[in-house]
Unconditional design. Structure first.
Length: 263
């Protein structure tokens, strides 16, 4: 096995993803296109996603924006609808959507892992902030208050006794594919292509990138060889022409001397 083959055989890809993200479709396409390169999913809290990438525990990640653009490259994927999670018998369920003003008289839970980045959450604050979104959902079910979160988290923590409604003027959370700029690889490019919907033929991943580099190296070698070869050909041409002129000159001079001799 060559060094390149050994490297390919040992290749793997680690994708970090935040709660609520659903990378299953992209993972399926990856497994179809690169069956020899295992993809490992690493679930991380939203607040720890970037640190996971910085520490090298994942090659790329589905994260919540913003990220530090001096360290990371990111491709925005989608912006989530923000919803309020309430018991099924809550008055909010009588309408299709609500505004923040509709929550003024509600106790709005604000978990420590909140991802909406409120300047000030709406409604009345709870006596104590829940540690996690999951804990906050349990408190909603107990009738302690309501919870405003991205829709994916409402779905993740779904309970039969709870429902949710869109909040039209609430902050929203955007989700992106991100990777550490200095850790960009051909496999990262492969995953970018999958996320962007590139077909197998149009992908610019590892195989194509390697082929392009080989072509560039070959072209570079050819360009270095051609001037030298052209120089040698030109030198040979000049030498041949000079020799021909010399022979013609010698013949002419020789003929003249011969004629003078006969006189």
């Amino acid at each position: 096995m060559t060094g390149s083959d050994a490297s390919d055989a040992a290749a793997s890809f680690r994708l970090a993803y935040i709660p609520g993200a659903t990378p299953a479709k992209w993972v399926r396409i990856w497994n179809e296109r690169l069956p020899d390169v295992p993809l490992t999913l690493v679930q991380v809290p939203a607040a720890e996603a970037c640190e996971t990438l910085r520490g090298g525990a994942a090659d790329a990640g589905i994260v919540r924006l913003p990220v530090d653009r001096t360290l990371f490259n990111a491709i925005p994927l989608y912006t989530e609808t923000t919803v309020v999670v309430v018991p099924k018998d809550h008055v909010v369920t009588a309408v299709d959507e609500v505004s923040l003003a509709d929550l003024d008289d509600e106790v709005v839970l604000h978990p420590l892992d909140d991802v909406l980045g409120w300047d000030r959450p709406p409604g009345e604050p709870a006596f104590e902030r829940p540690a996690t979104t999951g804990d906050a959902v349990e408190l909603v079910a107990a009738g302690v208050g309501v919870l405003v979160v991205p829709q994916s988290l409402a779905r993740l923590h779904h309970r039969r006794d709870l429902t949710y409604r869109p909040v039209v003027d609430a902050p929203q959370s955007s989700v992106a594919l991100a990777w550490l700029e200095e850790a960009y690889t051909d496999l990262v490019e492969e995953f970018i292509g999958i996320v962007r919907g590139r077909t197998v033929n149009s992908t610019r991943g590892r195989a194509r990138a390697q082929a392009q580099r080989k072509e560039q190296r070959a072209e570079s070698k050819d360009s270095r060889r051609k001037p030298a070869a052209a120089g040698r050909s030109a030198g040979k041409g000049r030498s041949a022409k000079a020799a021909a002129r010399g022979r013609r000159g010698a013949g002419v001079r020789g003929g003249r001397r011969g004629r003078r001799g006969r006189r």
